[in-house]
Design a protein around this ligand. Structure first.
Ligand code: SAH
Length: 346
């Protein structure tokens, strides 16, 4: 019978130090290995060149490093890069590198598939298989940082948790990955450059506020009218707008950080004046801004991008109420890398 070896990146630094002490080695060895695992992102014990061969064999006998492998990489005409990433158990997720004039943004996945059932999102058609580990999320960031240096001669500057999955349904691992991304013992990135996007799990939004997180929060709103939102995001039935509002008020009271609402406008769904008015009302609850995202078609047309006139009406009304609104053009559409298109098609 083979014993399943433990993923060494599940251990804290203190646990690694203890491991070495128990093996009769120095606790300091734990620090060295920890540095290899995170800041140097080693994927093999043999890469750990300042660790003796004997010690590497001990590690090999006790642990594995469950790391990702970039399986296929596609490049869009607009420079966007999509990675299909293979996990140690053969499952695949996708992550995206989005270059703009002076930034590189990594869009990372937090789960394999998704348990939400947003009608307009391609990922919702993939069954949620499992949560990603902190190491698997971290590795996606490292891979994109390398690609950014290779293709654009600059390191990664921003991270958005807007790939596959609902990050707040994998809370512990997502937080641990962000801790390592921001820690000086990991990538040392500023939390101000990280945005977590959620469909809005009220309890977990409050938990983040209690945990005093320092990154940005985005909420995929899409409608501020309950029955409309429930029709396109059935999850809203369980967590209606009133509960979301209350959680966001709590978030703002505790963190004093503005919220971004992501919003797609579809013809015949949320393109009327009453939809706009409901959004304006919702925007008054806590300081926020609105990102209107272009719809990326995922199928034969149940959903369609609204007419320009409807978009203009949104922008005009929001601005009249002094609500900041941006229109986000989609990127990487030709390789199915845009918002809501991640579906492991390749
Ligand atoms: N589950 C989280 C993280 C995914 S983020 C969340 O819902 O926020 C992906 C973003 O793309 C969300 O704002 C989602 O609503 C949006 N999206 C999904 N499908 C889309 C599509 N076909 N076109 C444009 N945006 C889409």
């Amino acid at each position: 019978m083979s014993i399943q070896k433990k993923d060494i990146r599940a251990l804290s630094k203190a646990q690694l130090r203890d491991f070495f002490v128990q093996k009769g080695d120095k606790a300091f060895r734990g620090n060295q290995v920890y540095e290899w695992l995170w800041s140097k992102s080693a994927h093999n014990f043999d890469d750990m060149t300042n660790i003796s061969k004997q010690t590497r064999e001990v590690l090999e006998a006790n642990f594995v490093i469950n790391h990702i492998e970039v399986d296929t990489m596609q490049r869009s005409a607009d420079g966007t890069v999509k990675n299909a990433v293979k996990l140690h158990d053969g499952l695949i997720v996708e992550s995206v590198l989005i270059p703009t004039e002076n930034r590189t943004t990594a869009c990372v996945s937090s789960q394999v598939g998704c348990s939400l059932d947003c009608k307009f999102c391609a990922t919702s058609r993939l069954k949620r298989m499992r949560n990603l580990t902190p190491g698997e999320i971290y590795d996606q960031v490292v891979a994109i940082d390398r690609e950014s240096k290779l293709y654009f001669n600059r390191p990664l500057s921003n991270i958005v948790f807007m790939g596959m999955g609902e990050p707040l349904m994998n809370y512990k691992n997502v937080m641990k990955s962000i801790n390592m991304i921001t820690s000086e013992e990991g990538l040392g990135m500023s939390p101000k450059r990280i945005t977590l996007s959620t469909s809005g799990v009220p309890k977990m939004i409050k938990k983040m506020a209690d945990d005093q997180v320092k990154f940005n929060l985005a909420v995929s709103l899409h409608s501020a009218i309950d029955h409309v939102r429930t029709a396109i995001m059935p999850f809203n039935k369980m967590f209606p707008l009133e509960a979301l509002k209350e959680a966001l008020e709590y978030w703002y009271a505790k963190t004093k950080r503005k919220i971004t609402y992501e919003y797609v406008v579809w013809g015949g769904i949320n393109d009327k004046q009453k939809d706009i008015e409901a959004l304006v009302k919702f925007c008054k609850y806590v300081p926020c801004k609105v990102n209107i995202i272009e719809y990326n078609p995922i199928d034969d047309g149940e959903f369609q991008q609204a007419e320009n006139a409807a978009l203009e009406a949104y922008i005009e009304t929001l601005e009249k109420h002094r609500i900041v609104v941006n229109v986000r053009r989609s990127r990487g559409k030709d390789i199915d890398a845009a918002c809501g298109q991640l579906a492991n098609k390749k």
